[in-house]
Design a protein around this ligand. Structure first.
Ligand code: TXA
Ligand code: MG
Length: 359
């Protein structure tokens, strides 16, 4: 499936049939469908039809001032469907596109084509676009030949879905189809960058790390600025997604940042707040196993998110959902250094957290 391909090769009959059903739904109705990408599952509708885009916001219960990412299957489709007649992709993106498309990298481009629904951009003068690498995502976009506006396919405020069953859990009854492509490989959303400002900005850390972007094109991206993490409710921000409650399970999340082996910090927290009910712990590298400690008997489930950045990213949302389903009242999570994959992981965790304990 090379960068320019517009017709995917599918060998399996059932996959082809299901892709055709979903493509037909997108072409002939204003409905939206759930589909897998390499980052998280998306909820896709035509980026060129106002009514389809409105269906996305409605199904997710998403605030209408938070713009969506448009997904394309090829550079040719980007040019044909989304760019203006005299528009080309700015040079500052060239190296990033050669290296990371298809993949988890989203770029901002100026809107110069009226075909793009105003509801996708929430009225901004730029649109966000990426070419996903998941074969089902790209085949769906190529077969329908529709650039898909697609946010993560969770109900607004919930952790993003990395399995088809997560989408079903949040959106059953609200969308006609979910394409099941198994579990998502990256596990956190795409990195969003803005090369239209100087210095260029990283608006959302994600599947491609800050260090990878800087190394890929040091001349243009060596001085990339990292956008601020949070914003007040009334604040006008570049990435409006930043100001909402996000990625949250039903149980409260307590994030521990740099707290040694964790046991003392957890005990201290429990003594001060005496929460009721069972508690879950998600560990990384430094926290000890609390199961042998009689002072921590309230922790009834401990899971290892992993020790390598890529594993932690892949497991993060699924494990938050998994322990939440067990009905715990509190989820304690060990933090990670904010380098490489850690930047995206901590960005999601600090938004999911009800409180952060720093040593
Ligand atoms: O990996 C992903 O990016 C997933 C999968 C489905 O592709 N999609 C996703 O979409 O995470 P969503 O809607 O959950 O996040 C879109 C992010 C938000 O932070 C939004 O504010 C930002 O992209 N965004 C979209 N358009 C923008 C624009 N024109 N200017 C600034 N930020 C924009
Ligand atoms: Mg989302």
């Amino acid at each position: 499936f090379p960068k320019e391909a517009s017709t995917p090769i599918i060998n399996d009959e059932m996959t082809r049939k299901n892709l055709e059903i979903a493509a037909k739904e997108l072409q002939s109705t204003n409905n939206v469908v759930g589909f897998p990408t390499e980052t998280v599952y998306g909820l896709g509708g035509s980026a060129l039809k106002d009514e389809s885009v409105k269906s996305i916001y409605a199904a997710k219960n998403r605030p209408a001032d938070n713009p969506l990412i448009i997904h394309v299957s090829s550079l040719d489709q980007l040019k044909r469907k989304l760019l203006g007649p005299n528009q080309s992709v700015p040079e500052i993106y060239e190296k990033l596109i050669s290296k990371y498309w298809p993949g988890p990298l989203t770029l901002l481009l100026p809107v110069e084509n009226e075909a793009i629904s105003k509801y996708v951009t929430a009225g901004q003068s730029t649109f966000a676009v990426r070419m996903p690498s998941h074969p089902v995502a790209r085949a769906l976009i190529a077969i329908s030949d529709i650039p898909l506006a697609a946010p993560s396919a969770n109900a607004s405020t919930r952790p993003s879905p990395t399995l088809a069953s997560h989408v079903y859990h949040d959106l059953q009854g609200k969308i006609p189809y979910i394409l099941d492509g198994g579990s998502c490989d990256v596990g956190v959303e795409s990195t969003v960058v803005d090369g239209l400002v100087s210095p260029p900005m990283l608006l959302r850390p994600g599947g491609v790390s800050l260090e990878e972007i800087q190394t890929c094109d040091p001349q243009n991206w060596g001085r990339v600025k990292v956008g601020k993490k949070t914003a007040g409710d009334s604040e006008q921000v570049k990435t409006p997604g930043m100001k909402y409650k996000h990625y949250s399970p039903s149980a409260n999340v307590v994030l521990f940042n740099g707290c040694g082996n964790g046991l003392d910090a957890i005990k201290h927290y429990l003594q001060e707040h005496h929460p009721s009910g069972p508690i879950a712990l998600l560990r990384l590298k430094h926290f000890a196993d609390p199961s042998q400690d009689p002072g921590l008997a309230q922790i009834t489930v401990t899971k290892n998110l992993g020790t390598k950045g890529a594993d932690i990213s892949r497991n993060l949302f699924a494990m938050l959902r998994e322990v939440d389903e067990l009905g715990v009242s509190l989820i304690l999570v060990e933090g990670i250094e904010e380098t490489q994959e850690g930047l995206a992981v901590m960005n999601r965790l600090s938004k999911a957290a009800f409180v952060t304990i720093s040593n």
